[in-house]
Design a binder for this molecule. Sequence first.
Ligand SMILES: [Zn+2]
Length: 282
Amino acid sequence: MALTIGVDVGGTKIAAGVVDEEGAVLASALRDTSAADPVAIQEAIADVVAELRAQHEVSAVGVAAAGFVDFANGVLLFAPNINWRDEPLRDGLQARTGLPVVVENDANAAAWGEFRFGPARHVDDMVAVTIGTGVGGGVVSGGQMLRGAKGMAGELGHVRLVPDGLPCGCGNHGCWEMYASGNALQRNARALVQSGAPEGRALAEPVRRRREPAGRADGHRGGHRRRPGVGAAVRRPRPVDRRGHGRHRRGARPGAVRRRRRRRAGRRGSSSARRARRSRPT
Ligand SMILES: [Zn+2]
């Protein structure tokens, strides 16, 4: 069975794993990184690859990093958290490891993982949203990764949700990332605490914070409710659904679709329930 190594390059550490054809991680290793030194990062990647190759025979390396990637040429055009500007990462790592190397944007890589091995493995079209320090995204359309002319097709975090909203590091205003990321959550929480509002006082109570992890500033705890940005990214025309076209996704069982609809209808109330009843075969 062919094994490969996947490497996730972050601003403070490199995480690498040996992965088989089924997506199982057989071994993993970590390295600390210095975001300011591009050469040291390449050396650290080569080092962690060498460590894993000592135990497993691997045929290729895939590297995922936050930033704008020229996929065809394996060049990291710009990375916000690492001092990479037009970094020829693929060629540099191929020279250091002697293995074929693929370089990809980290959110695209996450999306591809979900598409190949995760919940989206039975569909041809999907959107993945990665929420961490920022908001990232990856779009698979017709079974192909959507990259766009400049490799930024899946940069959902920089879709503008609020006209004339908060300024974003990308140069625009009102980006999704400014409202729904880990950084945004921290900023809102800090502002609430400083305002002296009851919610802020509650946030500042360490004991309570330990017992009940803090949620959104308006009291909503997050969880599974879809936010407007996700809706904008995955919206599909309802009439298609009502007529039943496209209901049976590749590999999806009709019974499972019905059961899922019934569950959703029960959660969402009467109009959805009616729609679900209509869609049931008689
Ligand atoms: Zn932005």
